[in-house]
Design a binder for this molecule. Structure first.
Ligand code: DGT
Ligand code: CA
Ligand code: CA
Ligand code: ZN
Length: 568
């Protein structure tokens, strides 16, 4: 974490603690402002001479920042944190509980942590408080359960860059012949418990030193000759294992998992008079090592096609007679859900189009937010009409790309859309997404999404459930009904590639593809770097067994544009 981010988090925490304690709004806001200013700062705060010159940072905050830069701590931060029960910050993570409510729960119902919150729910203390209806308490209960299942797992978007950087650094160490990450990360799961790295080297000591001395390492948990575990600043654990070069394939297979996939493979080995473990594949009678320097060799020796890591979940993959031809990043030829500065994006239409050209896309869709998204600067009808014109103008000017004038139109809670049909018919593409009322009942959610799927002007349902990984459960519609309707009306269901969303999720993607509905893999880019999130969408699509023919972003230019006109 950068110093700027660390400090920003501390100021945000101070604001939260102050608000929980009932401090006046002015003090709270001052800290929030400093946190924002630090987050937006381009240069490292440590290189700035006069900290008060940063917009939004007053004298007393500047003194705190200085104290941190000099001593690594802020005494008033520690005092403030000590002024409330430490467990209250966990209570803050419960969806729907803001600092003011948490303060009330603390002072009026003796809630000091998640456990006492649960007690207060059970013994009825919570219900006796004002504004704590049955529905609210039900939501709190569900959110606590959700938090428990997501505890200590990092989003793949956090874990992947850490692992990729580390692997490419360690690769440079003398003697390393093979190195790869394994585990759930290699399988492309949406959340990662810990990062597993596997290597073969003639100089184990060099590699282990480099691993343990890495600047990101906060604590060495275990350090042996062939196995090390560390915890890094981001709070994640990383395991490094050094294995024999001749058995790298078997080790990679073992440590990629999943455990359930491995169990079936081991049974298959036994049935063939062999023995499979992390050290290799052996002949059961002679105990001699069989060829297993690559995974391919191990699978081949078990008369099984190589299974892509994303499928290794014991979901039928070991019944395959050939390696499934899953979708890859190279198959993606367009992005159909992106934002510009017209709503809450940070790119102009030109910049967005240039990003698409740089990525070799034939088409890019400009889909800014619709009018009810006030906080995202959603477009009122008159602004949308002008925006459509502006997009078409840029499309005329720029060579080598088709730019679609679209919209990400809100699906309102009752399933109606945020623009009227006349306006919708002026758009080249419509992505309809739910943003509000995301805790409505399953039944209502199904009706709501169904109505949007059936709408002749809708091309894609954007992030269909609205879930946010580790934060918000989102809608829980009855999927088979939606998939059937999506197939009938040829409306695509999005797999939003942003690693906070990955919505639809892997098993839902699989159900959609098997049910004959088409998916759309879009980045929902707001900034240039968001396009790099595509890989998480691809990993999730592969986990959902998606092939290029299941995805509209794989269509060639003319086929895509014919599809967009299918209801005209
Ligand atoms: P995670 O870290 O919770 O996201 O999930 P994984 O799958 O990375 O699990 P992890 O880190 O505990 O272990 C990495 C791999 O090592 C796992 O996918 C399969 C293999 N493995 C670990 N323990 C066992 C075991 O007891 N039996 C078998 N067959 N494989 C194991
Ligand atoms: Ca792992
Ligand atoms: Ca592990
Ligand atoms: Zn969007």
């Amino acid at each position: 974490m950068s110093t700027n981010t660390e400090l920003a988090n501390m100021f945000q925490t101070m604001a939260t603690v102050l608000e929980i304690s009932g401090a006046n709004g002015f003090k709270v806001n001052a800290n929030v402002k400093v946190a924002r200013a630090l987050e937006d700062l381009v240069e490292d705060v440590g290189t700035i001479d006069d900290i008060t010159s940063i917009q939004g940072v007053g004298k007393s905050s500047a003194a705190k920042i200085k104290e941190y830069l000099e001593t690594g701590a802020i005494s008033s931060y520690n005092e403030l944190l000590a002024s409330i029960p430490p467990g209250l910050l966990d209570v803050m993570k419960v969806q729907g509980l803001g600092p003011k409510t948490v303060g009330k729960l603390w002072k009026e119902a003796n809630v000091v942590d998640i456990a006492s919150l649960q007690e207060a729910i059970q013994d009825g203390r919570l219900e006796s408080l004002p504004r704590m209806g049955k529905k609210t308490i039900q939501n709190i209960t569900e959110s606590i359960a959700f938090l428990a299942t997501s505890a200590n797992r990092s989003r793949i978007g956090v874990a992947m860059p850490i692992a990729e950087t580390l692997v490419s650094q360690l690769q440079q160490c003398d003697g390393v012949s093979n190195i790869s990450f394994a585990g759930s990360l290699r399988r492309g799961k949406e959340t990662i418990g810990d990062i597993d790295i596997l290597a073969s080297t003639s100089e184990p000591a060099v590699l282990i030193d480099a691993f343990c001395d890495d600047t990101k390492v906060e604590k060495i948990l275990a350090r042996g000759d062939t196995k090390c575990s560390v915890r890094i600043q981001a709070g994640m654990q990383i395991d490094l294992r050094i294995v024999d070069q001749n058995a790298f394939g078997a080790a990679l297979l073992y440590f990629t998992g999943s455990k359930e996939h491995n169990i079936i493979l081991r049974e298959r080995a036994i049935a063939k008079g062999k023995k499979l473990n992390e050290y290799g594949l052996f002949d059961a009678s002679s105990n001699s090592l069989l060829a297993c320097s690559t995974e391919d060799e191990v699978y081949a020796a078990l008369e099984t096609p190589w299974i892509p890591p994303e499928l290794r979940e014991d979901r039928g993959e070991l019944g395959c007679t050939a390696t499934p031809a899953l979708i890859t990043s190279k198959d993606i030829k367009c992005d159909l859900h992106c934002h510009t500065t017209a709503s809450d994006g940070h790119m102009s239409i030109q910049e967005l189009a240039q990003q698409a050209i740089d990525r070799g896309f034939h088409t890019i869709a400009v889909t800014d937010h619709s009018q009810s998204q006030g906080q995202a600067n959603g477009l009122k009808p008159d602004r949308l009409l002008k925006h459509i014109e502006a997009v078409h103008e840029v499309n005329e000017q720029m060579e080598g790309i088709t730019i679609l004038a679209g919209s990400e139109v809100d699906i309102l809670p009752d399933g109606t859309l945020d623009y009227d049909d006349d306006l919708l018919s002026k758009l080249d593409i419509v992505v309809a997404s739910p943003h509000a009322a995301l805790s409505q009942s399953s039944e209502d959610a199904t009706k709501r999404l169904l109505k949007a799927i059936e709408h002749p002007r809708v091309d894609i349902i954007g992030h269909p459930t609205g879930r946010i990984i580790n934060k918000r459960k989102g809608l829980e519609p009855y999927l088979p009904t939606l998939i059937q309707a999506a197939k009938e009306h040829d409306t695509a269901l999005e797999l939003n590639a942003n690693s906070y969303r990955l919505d639809l999720r892997d098993i839902q993607v699989r159900a959609a593809c098997e049910g004959g509905a088409r998916i759309a893999i879009n980045t929902d880019a707001h900034r240039p770097e968001d396009f790099n999130q595509l890989k998480y969408g691809i990993l999730t699509a592969r986990r959902g067994w998606a092939m290029p023919e299941n995805c509209i972003n794989c269509l060639e230019h003319d086929k895509l544009h014919a599809w967009l006109r299918r209801n005209c």
